[in-house]
Design a binder for this molecule. Sequence first.
Ligand code: GLN
Length: 201
Amino acid sequence: MVIISKDNRIINIGVLALQGAFREHINSIKKCGANALEIKFPQQLNEIDGLIIPGGESTTINKLMNKYNFKTHLDDFYKSGRAIYGTCAGLILIANKIINEDFGLNYIDIDVERNAYGRQIDSFEEYVTLSFDKTQKFKAVFIRAPKITRTGPGVDILSEINDNIILVRQNNVLASTFHPELQEDKRIHEYFLKMAGRSIN
Ligand code: GLN
């Protein structure tokens, strides 16, 4: 699924590559037919049409974002209206509020609790329904996943399981508590690419 910009080029998706599962997202984006770039320095945000903040350890990614002076550049990127997708730790980082932490970037109006499924359940998989494509279920992989404890009025819920909200969108910001980059089904990455295409065209 190739998405072309107004000036006739294939869109560029950046993946924040400070720590965590960024290579898997790069591969997923390439498989969908878009250009994928590892973002290691804030200036690179100027080159991309959409940004993925991957899973990993949110406290570590936050420290590295501070160290490399990402935050004001990320705020500018968000305000420009280009699409952002946070998975797991990435979702935590872009939330309005993180319980017992103070580093939420506030790009999406949700509250989150880190590691909320408990220590004994480190990781699990569930087949879930996506609101935008109900033809078949999506295998969602959860790894020390957070829970979304509140969604604001502007937030659309795109998937939930057992009363847990797991995939949400507010305008050009998408967030999931699970890791779609760890498997072959690319429907969520394709959905994000369409968001990114619309945000620049
Ligand atoms: N437990 C991690 C955190 O709190 C998130 C885990 C993940 O991204 N898979 O940052």
